[in-house]
Design a protein around this ligand. Structure first.
Ligand SMILES: Cc1cc2nc3c(=O)[nH]c(=O)nc-3n(C[C@H](O)[C@H](O)[C@H](O)COP(=O)(O)O)c2cc1C
Length: 204
């Protein structure tokens, strides 16, 4: 399989479980992605219980909530956060890169400092060391100096911090705003996604 057809998605415990689910669905459905490697932090499940459904108690249950068709579901490789022996834990396993959506301030800090506690952080660390694309959808507001310095650190290391800031000019509903944002992330990952075209085409 072409290494560039492997993509990693991390879902961390920031607010925005629906963002992670929609990313899962759009990215796994991309014709440019043949395998989407998915890591869900245990804190992300806590958030999903609050924001989506109290019955979501495991990563497979979260994936079920995405309602993927069987062909798209077959493109997923789901790992527990503890699986630091997974292929994506090694730089020798070639991937297109990784997105963390949403990315908590805690995961940002861990990635900025290379602590690699758990598979999500390790896979991100691998992307940095291999100079692969790493997009962090940091969801926190307001930002402290600690956050700002961690943003600077990961940016200098090659990551792109892309907070899920709504494109108010491009979309009206919350769902459209998620898709408009994810289209921009997909562009950063250089993958095509099946969503409405929220690109700016000029005024009037
Ligand atoms: C409902 C809920 C919403 C949260 N929202 C955020 C958030 O928007 N941003 C953030 O940085 N942390 C948020 N947190 C706190 C993180 O979950 C917490 O810092 C956790 O340790 C992050 O772990 P992880 O990055 O390994 O998933 C939230 C927690 C809960 C329970």
């Amino acid at each position: 399989m072409n290494p560039s057809s492997h993509l990693i998605l991390g879902i961390s415990g920031a607010s925005g479980a629906r963002l992670g689910l929609r990313a899962l669905s759009l990215f796994a459905g991309s014709p440019d992605v043949h395998c989407l490697h998915l890591v869900v932090s245990p804190r992300a499940l806590l958030v999903a219980k609050t924001e989506i459904d109290a019955g979501i108690s495991s990563a497979p249950a979260l994936v079920d909530a995405a309602g993927l068709d069987p062909a798209t579901r077959a493109k997923l490789a789901l790992y527990p956060e503890s699986a630091v022996d997974a292929p994506i834990s090694s730089g020798s396993f070639r991937t297109r890169g990784m997105a963390v959506l949403p990315c908590s301030a805690g995961s940002l800090a861990a990635i900025a400092h290379g602590t690699s506690r758990g598979l999500l952080q390790r896979a991100a660390d691998v992307c940095l060391k291999e100079r692969r694309r790493l997009v962090l959808g940091l969801r926190e507001t307001p930002l402290s100096l600690v956050h700002a310095e961690n943003i600077a650190l990961v940016t200098r290391a090659g990551a792109i911090v892309a907070p899920p800031v709504p494109a108010f000019y491009a979309a009206r509903t919350a769902e459209q705003m998620l898709d408009a944002y994810l289209l921009r992330v997909a562009d950063l990952l250089d993958i095509r996604v099946d969503t409405d075209d929220f690109r700016w085409k000029g005024g009037a």
